[in-house]
Write a protein that binds this ligand. Sequence first.
Ligand code: HEC
Length: 286
Amino acid sequence: MTSGERAPKPETCTMTRRLLTVCLFHFALLTGLGCQQKMAQQPYYRPYEPADFFADGRSSRPLEAGVVHRGQHLDADPLVTGLTQAEWARFWRRAAPATKVDVTAATPPEDRESAFGAPRFDPRPGQPHSNPDVQIYVTEFPFEITGADLSRGAERYTAFCAGCHGPLGNGKGKIWERGFLKPTSYHTEKVEANEPDETAQIPLGVSRGYWKWDISIPVREVPVGYFFEVITKGYGQMPDHAAQVPPADRWRIIAYIRTLQLSQRAEYGKLPPDIQQKVNAGGRQP
Ligand code: HEC
């Protein structure tokens, strides 16, 4: 100690000692009681263990109705793929050994499909899918569509699709009005008087996915399985709806879109007599 420095005052020393003692006491208290938190000792059930709490006696609760099954893509049923069984098997035979998708001109169409989400047709001559007649997407609904299914489809369409595609399916939804890309029209003619002209190179109502593969098919004629794939995976700027719309509802929406399409092209002669009368009463000429 140099001459200028003073020794600490005795009071300060006592206070520091007291503080130290208090800290040590708390530390000893905590360790003495053990560090295990109470959370670790909560009551719990082992898997499949019965429980009195619920009326059905099960401790594991069943899924809520309407929960969307996230593993649905692993199932080969057309109900959840929209693909024919043959196409599904062929796709997975190819996809399984693939590690990384390298997209070059020589890349097989199915690998490109998994990279881009585009339809599986390939316009290059000699390719297994250069023929649009190849059955890739199912053309039939996987279950019989009833009136109730159509009503549900209409309701779900309004909730999930009409915002962009418009209530009539001509792509004039509210989202488009606010600047989003105009979705493909489901119709090949304009269905509203003030419908603007298409700016794209693709003719009105022709599927853009198929067009990419040099195939010109109106959305009106694409197989229902293609719709299913677009809803499930999304297409271009359209987001996918796999997590929001369960598979059965996707088919119901597609069925409703088919009725929307039919409503613009219904043949007078094929209408039931009572509807014909209504048309006549409305002053529309057949
Ligand atoms: C956020 C807006 C939005 C929603 C919601 C939406 N779509 Fe789309 N949809 C689009 C756009 C935009 C396109 C065109 C995409 C492109 O060209 O990149 C499109 C394209 C499509 C196509 C045609 C693909 C083709 O080959 O041209 C189908 C079929 C379709 N949508 C069905 C649906 C269905 C069914 C729903 C409801 C479940 C739905 N969409 C919901 C914006 C939307």
